[in-house]
Design a protein around this ligand. Structure first.
Ligand code: 13P
Length: 256
């Protein structure tokens, strides 16, 4: 569907160093040049300290750069904090907010995630809000309730205009780094639920907002996942750390 061209994003998390990430990028750029992508957009999310290096290397390429997180405050006495203006200055156009690792390891609440989302918008950065249920919540049949609560926390804060252009990543917590991806049908059901939730705000916005799937995406399961109507791409962790598997996933998205 040309209204929602696919997008594949690599979340490098807390991996690599200056040398290895440089090599990884060389590999990704060389693999992608062979693919000559026309529809699929590609992003990478390096650790903070490598944002400038990666952005500089990718300038003029087809690969965009994003930050894995951002502080909710604008500036000032926040030791260790990194602002939206700073990541933009380093060359980022995108920011992940509310990744489940942030929600769990750093106790980020729906409210804080909304604060961060709002900060991104105020700097002209494109936020990708991550939502997802735990295994316990899925077992209790609360998946849709949980992900729509996480999404509504943001949409009710920023409204229609503030959400326009943003993206959603559905990442079931139980599928992250476990090798156990959601099935295409499970992903589709949740993506459709999220789209319905957005449609309550605005039908057009809902139709044009990209919803990525994340959680053990590999070159092997990507084709089936991207075959689903409401799966518009992927947020890839482990498989984004190898140039060939990441490029295979981009190829699957391009051909979806
Ligand atoms: P994995 O692809 O390693 O499961 O990680 C998914 C993820 O958390 C991407 O943000």
């Amino acid at each position: 569907m040309s209204e929602r061209d696919p997008l594949v994003a690599g979340n490098w998390k807390m991996n690599g160093d200056a040398g290895s990430l440089d090599l990884l990028l060389d590999g990704v750029l060389s693999e992608l040049s062979v693919l000559a992508l026309r529809r699929c957009s590609v992003l990478v999310f390096p650790p903070y300290v490598y944002l400038g290096q990666v952005a500089q290397k990718l300038r003029g390429s087809i690969v965009g750069v994003g930050s894995q997180d951002v502080d909710q405050r604008t500036q000032g006495a926040v030791t260790g904090g990194v602002s939206a203006a700073m990541v933009k200055d380093a060359g980022c156009g995108f920011v992940l907010v509310g990744h489940s690792e942030r929600r769990t390891l750093f106790a980020e609440s729906d409210e804080l995630v909304s604060d961060k989302f709002e900060q991104c918008g105020s700097q002209g950065l494109v936020p990708i809000v991550c939502v997802g249920e735990t295994l316990e919540e899925r077992r209790r049949d609360r998946t849709i309730e949980v992900v729509t609560r996480q999404l509504r926390a943001v949409t009710s804060r920023v409204g229609l205009a503030g959400f326009d252009g943003a993206m959603i990543a559905y990442e079931p917590v139980w599928a992250i780094g476990t090798g156990e991806s959601a099935t295409p049908e499970q992903a589709e059901e949740v993506h459709a639920g999220l789209r319905k939730c957005l449609a309550e705000l605005d039908e057009d916005l809902s139709n044009r907002t990209r919803i990525l799937y994340g959680g053990s995406v590999t070159a092997d399961n990507a084709v089936a996942l991207f075959g689903m109507k409401n799966v518009d791409g992927a947020l890839v962790g482990g498989a984004s750390l190898k140039a060939n598997s990441f490029a295979e996933i981009c190829k699957a998205a391009e051909e979806s």
